[in-house]
Design a protein around this ligand. Structure first.
Ligand code: CA
Length: 224
């Protein structure tokens, strides 16, 4: 899952980014409305965390731009303005949730899980294939109920493939899911993650396989 964090306070942004990374999220951080508009044009984010008081305006101004594209990405507004009227304004403008600073990072993560669970994406909480189950709410993979421990990028690859189970996922879409704008991506890095993941799935006999289509992408399917 890739998150867009729109926050101009450097310390706050760094703390949030590191918490989200611990939760296996890929974080793209921007500090202004203008940068945020550019970032959302790429359409690669699973959720947006949006500060209101930004150097070039009110963060809420971004919401109609997002919604006008029928872009159903969950948005959580983060702000120091915790007054009731401000809260209502945030929700009325189309945000999915509203969190007043200061807040505990655990609460933010819980709210994030909640908005990601909502049925807007028509995505069930848990997808099963073969003996593999992927829980999107907790972002965990398991095989016959046993947790499958995976490094962050392998988990992100698996999550993206499971979301489109049985369908080809383009290399570019996988790279977008796994790397932030700031990461330098080596051309064969994705294949390395996929081959490690493939081996681990085979080792635990998950009864799914990652099928590669040369130069195009990958798909996850049940072992026939
Ligand atoms: Ca601010």
């Amino acid at each position: 899952m890739r998150i867009l964090l729109v926050e101009d306070e450097a310390e706050m942004a760094a703390a949030l980014a590191s918490a989200l990374k611990r939760y296996d999220m890929v974080v793209d951080h921007v500090a202004t409305l203008a940068e945020a508009e550019e970032a959302i044009a790429a359409d690669v984010h699973g959720a947006v965390l949006l500060d209101r008081q930004l150097p070039d305006g009110d963060g809420l101004a971004l919401i109609p731009i997002l919604r006008a594209r029928a872009y159903g990405v969950p948005i959580i507004v983060l702000t120091a303005r915790g007054e009731l009227t401000e809260r209502i304004e945030g929700l009325d403008s189309g945000a999915d949730d509203y969190l007043a600073k200061p807040f505990a990072v655990e609460e933010l993560l819980a709210r994030l899980r909640a908005v990601l669970r909502r049925p807007s994406g028509l995505q069930p909480d848990i997808v099963k294939a073969g003996r593999l189950a992927f829980d999107f709410g907790h972002r965990e993979a398991s095989v016959d109920g046993r947790p499958l421990e995976l490094p962050r990028r392998e988990l992100l690859v698996l999550e993206t493939l499971v979301r489109r189970l049985g369908r080809t996922v383009l290399r570019s879409a996988l790279e977008e899911a796994v790397y932030s704008f700031d990461d330098a991506v080596q051309s064969n890095a994705l294949d390395t993650h996929v081959s490690r993941l493939r081996r681990k799935l085979a080792d635990v006999d998950a009864a799914v396989e990652i099928h590669g289509i040369r130069g195009v992408g990958y798909l996850l399917r049940k072992v026939p």
